[in-house]
Design a protein around this ligand. Structure first.
Ligand SMILES: Cc1cc2nc3c(=O)[nH]c(=O)nc-3n(C[C@H](O)[C@H](O)[C@H](O)COP(=O)(O)OP(=O)(O)OC[C@H]3O[C@@H](n4cnc5c(N)ncnc54)[C@H](O)[C@@H]3O)c2cc1C
Length: 398
């Protein structure tokens, strides 16, 4: 692969930067973190602007509302997007990053035509219903049951940690359709309409006082057979496609955002006095701190290079390579170190970081959020297992 950008990519970069400079300033700041109705309106409104500006689904097929651009321009877009401080993808993450791509790879023509343009226009929000109380890392032990009745599946069970399920319209739902088959062979991947009797969503409170994710209770919820993605009992294969998008390309935007997060911390260090005296200088004068920032910056750069490779490989094969597990692992660790650096810079001031909009409060929020890096989308231990087995070809653990 060639990591250099072409003249066409550079021209695209200029066009994107000009569009973002205009639109980001005009769109304004996000609403307070806990106001989910306002967040849904803000995130979907921004998605609509991206769509109308021609910047949604850059690599999705034109037939489904995308632009069919090459991977290199998708990467250019993400670089400019982070540099412009454009809104976080937020509640559109699942739809854009892995539900949509799974439908492109595995869905029926009818499913693609119905769902993909709606995701790109910000008209439908997706969540993920994979994990269960007894099935996280060991996802194949899931027990939510779906029984076929005519043209429908009737679903009963419980999901947990479903991010932003309380504002979602659809759910990528894994169910057990054959309890007698070996664990991996009795699973089916369904599109669940969240707005129906038999679907109860209960938000859960997290360490930062917000409700990012939910429990989802299913009691006789109905899913038309036409909402099945892949064959009945072939859901484990489809799940692995979803997970490869989730671990492989979905993090691209997050990785490039780490660079902006690090830049913000450098700005903070430049302002923060090193000690009590008037001429004590700033925290940035500390060579140890500068060395740490340099190392982190180099690691973010390296991760971005590997991400470029994953994204270009996905373009060539239709599905990201298992290398995504290594990227996810590295991203999680660097992300946590950057967040810890922020706390080190704040010192005791972190305790009184009041007001949702201050830089201090944002740094504390980033730190509290960073704990999830090594858990979400498969824990670091699981990623290490995958790196060992699928990239290094080592024997399977017991
Ligand atoms: C922010 C966030 C968002 C999430 N969003 C969603 C979502 O939208 N939808 C969804 O379905 N799920 C979601 N999850 C759930 C996530 O996928 C699970 O938390 C994750 O897979 C781990 O499962 P678990 O929490 O049950 O932990 P467990 O599987 O119980 O793991 C506990 C510990 O044991 C270790 N462990 C387990 N098995 C092994 C093994 N074989 N080898 C080595 N170590 C092992 C794990 O690494 C971990 O340290 C989210 C999680 C987070 C943190």
């Amino acid at each position: 692969m060639d990591l250099r950008y072409s003249a066409a990519d550079d021209a695209f970069r200029k066009e994107v930067a000009a569009w973002l400079a205009r639109e980001v300033a005009a769109y304004g700041a996000p609403p307070p973190p806990g106001d989910w109705a306002a967040r849904r309106a803000y995130d979907t409104g921004w998605q609509r602007r991206l769509h109308d500006g021609g910047y949604a689904g850059l690599h999705w097929p034109v037939a489904y509302g995308g632009r069919g651009l090459p991977a290199s321009q998708q990467l250019v877009f993400l670089e400019e997007y982070a540099a412009a401080g454009a809104p976080y993808v937020g509640i559109n993450f699942v739809g854009n990053a892995h539900a949509g791509p799974t439908l492109i790879a595995e869905g029926t023509e009818e499913q693609r035509r119905h769902h993909l343009p709606r995701i790109l226009r910000g008209e439908s929000v997706w969540c993920q219903g994979f994990s269960e109380p007894e099935a996280g890392s060991d996802l194949a032990s899931l027990r939510t049951r779906a029984v076929r009745q005519g043209d429908e599946y009737v679903v009963t069970g419980q999901k947990v940690w479903s991010t932003r399920a309380h504002v979602a319209d659809y759910c990528e739902l894994l169910v057990r359709t054959d309890p007698d088959a070996p664990r991996h062979r009795g699973i089916t991947w369904l599109i669940l309409d969240m707005d129906q009797p038999g679907v109860e969503v209960r938000p859960m409170k997290t360490i930062d006082g917000e409700s990012h994710f939910c429990e989802v209770f299913l009691d006789g919820a109905r899913v038309p057979v036409s909402n099945r993605v892949g064959e009945e009992n072939d859901g484990w294969r489809v799940t692995n496609v979803t997970l490869r998008f989730e671990r492989g390309t979905a993090f691209a935007q997050h990785i490039i955002t780490l660079r902006s997060q690090l830049r913000r911390l450098v700005a903070l260090a430049r302002q923060r006095p090193a000690g009590a005296g008037a001429d004590a200088g700033t925290a940035w004068d500390d060579p140890g701190l500068r060395r740490q920032v340099g190392r982190l910056d180099a690691r973010v750069d390296a991760l971005w290079r590997v991400t470029q490779r994953c994204v270009t490989e996905a373009e060539a094969t239709g599905v990201p390579s298992p290398l995504g597990s290594a990227v996810k692992l590295g991203y999680s660790e660097v992300g946590q170190e950057i967040a810890q650096l922020g706390m080190r810079l704040l010192g005791r001031r972190a305790l009184g970081a009041g007001g949702p909009d201050t830089e201090e409060a944002r740094t504390v929020r980033d730190y509290l959020w960073s704990f999830q890096y090594t858990i979400a989308a498969g824990t670091s231990q699981i990623q290490r297992n995958l790196v060992a087995e699928r990239i290094l070809g080592m024997p399977k653990g017991r």
